[in-house]
Design a protein around this ligand. Structure first.
Ligand code: LFR
Length: 496
């Protein structure tokens, strides 16, 4: 194939993929070329990434792309936020790469706040407090005297780490760096004061690069393995959520008065507005919203919600019991179950990383005096309803923050194809839901590469391209009042 394409490597919690994207007849066309597992690996009692295994899969995918396409314009990698690796002066990984669900972070927010107060940290970074944030991971590493945490090494986030493997160049991409809780969102530079007060080695924090930057070209070593010689790496928004937000089919970019919000729906649900600048005030801190860096100077004001995680983990727990279900099967069982029986808060800490999600739900139901969902369909239904109820709460918070009514909810990512959840969201929130595109992250990754190579000139133009190239489905609220009573019960469950 001779048409020009860009390659997006997207490393998600359910899988990693190498995807090609480019224009075909004026529309954006994307295609998954290679798919591989991206499961955490346990080494004794630590939960880790498998960077070298992923690296060989990425190269296998690039080689496939090279066999199919003769005009590959650029490559870019995105993945989830907060995780990092350290690279040494020998041009090697300096140590293992931890997964954010690793237990070492537990309790680290409280410890950090003994050094710098909660409100000072928020004022400095505008970030929500989550134990998984890089700041707490680094403090846990420091506490454990991690030998890799020294000035001579370089800190890279996971997208950066694969860009370094591809090009030999080290640069920390801004949207992902904004999830560390060590970045000043006003200037989009490292927060020197915080780094110093926490006693972190300043030398590890190197150059920040903006999405769209040409970082370097594939090395000779990469060319030998993949056949891709001297292909530019154009840094996308390496934070998957930032990439997904680029691909929201909205008609505006970072409006001062937003009338739409997004839910980037995958293992997590990230719900928020795209704003022209950070919103750092007491109300925002109190509601624990975050100001993550968006592309071209925008801010992603959002909240992390426990997402499809509970639903996915019920499936894993059922598998352990010998029952394997497809996603469609799970959704039909949920559809058939009774509504509003046992309510589940997806952000309940009890569901963050339990050994067995079904046991955890049963226990929580008992502790909160609710009917225990013994029926399988009930479990699925409860987890989806809980998510829609949480969206309703967050929508209220968002509207109070932006002081604007929000009329449309855009759902992008994996959850956008779950028709039951989309309708529940429209009903629970009493708003119009526009669902799709499902591949928003990969599309956003490709779009940023197209901006970086001057094929598209703005986010508005990128979004127009999304609107014409990908189908969306609209859900109107049908039975909104049925959600009022469960919402009251839910409010008593979740104190956040
Ligand atoms: C989504 C995501 C979220 C981030 C979480 C952990 O995949 O990137 O935005 O808060 O994963 O990194």
């Amino acid at each position: 194939r001779t048409r020009p394409v860009h390659l997006a490597v997207d490393l998600g919690a359910s899988s990693g993929r190498v995807i090609s994207g480019g224009l075909e007849g004026g529309n954006l066309h994307i295609e998954v070329l290679h798919r591989f597992a991206n499961d955490p690996v346990w080494v004794h009692d630590s939960m880790q990434w498998n960077p070298l295994g992923l690296w060989s899969e990425i190269q296998a995918g690039l080689a496939k792309a090279g066999n199919l396409h003769s005009d590959i314009r650029s490559i870019g990698v995105d993945t989830w936020g907060v995780d990092y690796g350290l690279v040494n002066s020998q041009n090697q990984l300096a140590g293992p790469v931890r997964h954010y669900r690793d237990q070492r972070n537990v309790g680290m927010i409280e410890e950090a706040c003994q050094t710098v107060s909660r409100s000072e940290i928020f004022q400095a970074t505008g970030l929500q407090f989550m134990e998984i944030n890089t700041l707490y991971q680094l403090l846990a590493a420091k506490k454990a005297a991690d030998p890799a945490l020294v000035d001579d090494n370089d800190f890279l986030m996971m997208g950066d780490l694969f860009h370094w493997l591809l090009t030999g160049e080290r640069g920390v991409e801004m949207t992902n760096a904004s999830t560390t809780q060590l970045l000043d969102p006003r200037t989009q530079t490292w927060h020197e004061g915080l780094i110093e007060r926490f006693g972190l080695p300043r030398g590890i924090f190197g150059n920040l690069v903006q999405p769209g930057t040409h970082l370097g070209n594939t090395t000779e070593a990469v060319a030998r393995v993949t056949g891709l010689r001297d292909v530019p790496v154009i840094v996308p928004a390496t934070h998957d959520t930032a990439s997904a937000v680029i691909a929201v089919p909205a008609r505006s970019f970072a409006p001062a008065k937003p009338d739409w919000c997004y839910i980037s729906s995958g293992t997590w649900s990230l719900m928020g507005c795209e704003l022209p600048r950070p919103m750092i005030n007491e109300r925002c801190q109190e509601l624990n919203f975050t100001n993550e860096g968006g592309v071209l100077g925008s801010t992603r004001l959002l909240k992390n919600i426990g997402g499809m995680w509970v639903f996915q983990q019920i499936r894993a727990a059922m598998l352990k019991r010998g029952t394997e279900r497809t996603w469609d099967d799970m959704v039909s069982r949920a559809r058939a179950a009774d509504p509003f029986s046992c309510l589940i808060d997806p952000d309940d800490p009890a569901f963050a990383a339990p050994d067995d999600m079904v046991d955890a739900i049963h226990k929580r139901a008992e502790d909160t005096d609710q009917p225990i969902p013994h029926d399988e369909g009930q479990l699925y239904r409860s987890s989806l309803e809980g998510l829609a109820l949480r969206y309703r709460v967050c929508l209220g918070m968002l509207e109070s923050l932006v002081e604007q009514p929000i009329s449309t909810i855009h759902i992008v990512g994996g959850g956008s194809v779950n028709a039951l959840l989309c309708q529940m969201t429209a009903d629970a929130c009493n708003r119009t839901v526009v669902a799709g595109p499902v591949e928003a992250t990969a599309i956003g990754n490709v779009l940023m590469q197209m901006i970086g190579t001057a094929q598209i000139s703005s986010i508005e133009e990128a979004r127009e391209l999304v609107c014409r190239s990908f189908d969306t489905k609209t859900y109107h609220p049908q039975d909104s009042s049925a959600w009022d009573e469960p919402a009251k019960r839910f409010a008593l469950l979740s104190k956040r």
